[in-house]
Write a protein that binds this ligand. Structure first.
Ligand code: FES
Ligand code: FES
Length: 186
């Protein structure tokens, strides 16, 4: 593909209006990682099978490796780099203040080993907790059925999501309203 075949693409990522040059076949995953430097979104199978590339588009979990960058223009996108801003600290403190409840729980439960699958699992889980603040374990399993982990086994991941859901509900009960930012949901 010649440079001249590339076209400007407007992407709204984590509340920032960004622009890059892409080809018509550039995937959102490629644009995020290689044009915008947002490498938290992982490129695993690159064919829609593993869930590592999951991000939120318009609040819904989407596989960015099979989503074209140009088709994502002007839609609110949240990547793992924006997840911390979606949540709040369960207990305060310098570290936890910036983490989403899910990130904090994955840390405390040891739910990540190599971490390659973790951004996708966190984003799928974040979408679930917005849609279903009190999911059953079976609902969590269903929501994560497209996210594969080669290291950890799934028990700690499920435990961590359950814990994060409890803590998130407690925070929302205390705050009254979910905090909303441009393109993001608490
Ligand atoms: S990298 Fe997208 S589903 Fe595997
Ligand atoms: S922690 Fe390594 S693939 Fe999931």
């Amino acid at each position: 593909m010649r440079v001249s075949d590339r076209t400007p693409c407007r992407l709204s990522v984590n509340g920032d209006a960004l622009q890059c040059l892409v080809s018509p076949m550039t995937t959102l995953c490629e644009a995020l990682r290689y044009e915008l430097g947002l490498t938290g979104t992982k490129q695993g199978c690159d064919k829609g099978d593993c869930g590592a590339c999951t991000g939120l588009i318009d609040g819904q979990p989407r596989l960015s490796c099979i989503t074209l960058a140009l088709s994502s223009q002007d839609l609110p996108i949240v990547t793992i780099e924006g997840l911390a801003d979606m949540g709040a600290a369960p207990e305060g403190g310098l570290r936890a203040e910036r983490l989403h409840e899910l990130q904090d729980a994955f840390d405390r439960f040891g739910a990540a080993q190599c971490g390659f699958c973790t951004p996708g699992i966190l984003m799928s889980s974040a979408a679930l907790l917005v849609a279903e603040p009190a999911p059953t374990r079976d609902r969590i399993k269903a929501a994560l059925s497209g996210n594969l982990c080669r290291c950890t086994g799934y028990t700690k991941i499920l435990d961590a999501v359950e814990d994060a859901a409890r803590r998130r509900r407690a925070r929302l009960d205390k705050e009254g309203e979910p905090r909303l930012a441009a393109g993001r949901q608490a």
